[in-house]
Design a protein around this ligand. Structure first.
Ligand SMILES: [Zn+2]
Length: 196
């Protein structure tokens, strides 16, 4: 009988969702599940700025510490990936990863046999793919959508940035530090209506 090497079974997963759809909660639920089953895992979050304190926030499940990965770092440099018990890696804010970091994650899957689940947004406030999400759509083994509903009942697709008067903003930097609470997820139709 041929022995199946565990490196053949690992996968790169991408769970994408609009903002405020419970991504962090799903990530933490996965983490608690690993803990219950004594499965070694790591949580990473991609840092958008130096203030990032290395915590996954979730109101229902409480906060959990995580490792931070900066744009100029690779996952394979952050721990001894070829000599580890770690079986799973969970990555939050995966939209902010660089393409090189996503490729590096795929190497952990293919050569170190570590399963990787990335959680992230599909598109930015201007409705275009983030770099990390684009690369994940290109190379992930499995892609799943976490769904949430717009006020009108349709599925949320976009993450609109809202100004202090409550209007949708269409100009600006892709990542605006400190603006994390000024987003509203919307369906495509409601987004179009609100930028008219
Ligand atoms: Zn809508």
């Amino acid at each position: 009988m041929t022995k199946i090497c565990r490196t053949d079974m690992a996968k790169l997963y991408f769970y994408h969702a609009p903002m405020n759809s419970g991504k962090s909660m799903l990530l933490l639920a996965k983490a608690y599940n690993f803990e219950e089953r004594s499965i070694p895992y790591l949580i990473f979050k991609s840092a958008i700025d130096t203030r990032d304190e290395g915590v996954i926030h979730s109101r229902p499940l409480g906060d959990k510490p995580c490792l931070i990965i900066r744009k100029d770092e690779l996952f394979s440099e952050k721990f001894d990936c070829y000599n580890t018990d770690v079986k799973w890696i969970l990555v939050d804010e995966a939209q902010f990863l660089t393409a090189a970091q996503v490729d590096d994650l795929s190497d952990l899957v293919d050569y170190a046999g570590i399963n990787v689940i990335c959680y992230g947004l599909r598109t930015d406030f201007q409705t275009h793919l983030f770099e990390g999400s684009k690369r994940l759509f290109e190379i992930a083994d499995s892609i799943e959508e976490i769904k949430s509903q717009c006020d009108c009942g349709k599925k949320n697709i976009f993450n609109a940035r809202i100004d202090k008067d409550g209007h949708v903003v269409t100009e600006g930097e892709q990542i605006e530090v400190g603006a994390e609470d000024r987003y509203k997820s919307m369906c495509r139709r409601c987004y179009k209506d609100s930028v008219k």
